[in-house]
Design a protein around this ligand. Structure first.
Ligand SMILES: Nc1ncnc2c1ncn2[C@@H]1O[C@H](COP(=O)(O)OP(=O)(O)O)[C@@H](O)[C@H]1O
Ligand SMILES: [Mg+2]
Length: 264
């Protein structure tokens, strides 16, 4: 079975579609999360261009199966600027923030135990193989523009071209959010085409909502507890407040490489 990205007919929500041998199943977000949480994981192979132990797996529960990515904490490459063993939690935190905006940028992602211990498990997204990633990364695509806002919120230190997953349905997912949520400004991205420009009006209400949800006792702040430190959550809220206050996309930093290497 293959997982295809798509849009459900009824509510316009972009959800993954699991295609069976002879039938198609549209998974709602809660079903996708249940599959990821409760499914049996079988490791199929390792993604070779990945820098961590990023495993391509199949996952199955109650006759529904899909492909997924499983990144065990045990396979995380130590980094000088992020505490060891925290990348999987950051990936799940990025998914929760993405869902809180309603932009569905990050594919469904959960924190769970797996064949190599605890880690993150994320639904595999089949990409549009004909898409030109370089052209997309430089484009004015409105979904990508929301992703640039999302990256400013989560302080993404690694938004490269290979982390953009354009689907045949026209949606662009983003993956690999292990190096997000630092308390220091570390935005490193290929999406600088909106730097210094005014934020589009449609991102303001979701940012206001994020501001509320990230307050002490807010529902997102509660959900992030255990995935991020209290300080990381508080500083995420500060970044949201800064975006709302200035009303513009951030400019590249002077003291930090602004574009990831390699950029793809
Ligand atoms: N959920 C996903 N769906 C489809 N492809 C994915 C997914 N997650 C990762 N990939 C692919 O695998 C590559 C490596 O994954 P990534 O998350 O970047 O691993 P690493 O943390 O090791 O760099 C990505 O560049 C992308 O092409
Ligand atoms: Mg990567």
């Amino acid at each position: 079975m293959t997982v295809l990205p798509g849009e459900s007919q009824d509510d316009g929500l972009r959800v993954p579609i699991a295609r069976g041998m002879d039938d198609r199943v549209i998974l709602r977000m809660d079903e996708a999360l249940r599959l990821l949480r409760d499914g049996d994981i079988e490791v199929v192979g390792r993604i070779v261009q990945a820098s961590n132990a990023t495993l391509f797996c199949s996952i199955e529960v109650d006759g529904i199966s899909a492909s997924c990515v499983y990144k065990p904490i045990a396979g995380e490459r130590p980094l000088w600027d992020f505490p060891e063993g925290t990348l999987a939690g950051r990936e799940v935190a990025a998914f929760l923030v993405s869902e809180a905006t309603g932009w569905h940028i990050v594919p469904p992602t959960v924190y769970r135990d797996g064949p190599f211990g605890p880690g993150m498990c994320q639904l595999w997204i089949d990409v549009d193989e004909t898409a030109d990633i370089l052209a997309l990364a430089r484009s004015q695509d409105p979904g990508l523009r929301r992703m640039a806002v999302f990256d400013a919120v989560v302080n993404n230190a690694d938004r490269k071209g290979g982390h953009l997953l354009p689907t045949c349905g026209g949606h662009v997912y983003g993956v690999d959010h292990g190096v997000c949520f630092s308390v220091d400004d570390k935005l490193r991205t290929v999406l600088w085409q909106w730097r210094g420009r005014r934020l589009p009006d449609d991102v303001v209400p979701p940012l206001r909502q994020l501001d509320e949800d990230l307050a002490d006792g807010g529902r997102l702040a509660e959900a992030l507890d255990g995935l991020l430190t209290g300080e990381e959550v508080a500083v995420t809220r500060e970044r949201v407040s800064r975006l709302l206050r200035t009303g513009v996309f951030p400019d590249p930093p002077d003291d930090w490489p602004a574009v990831p290497w390699p950029p793809i």
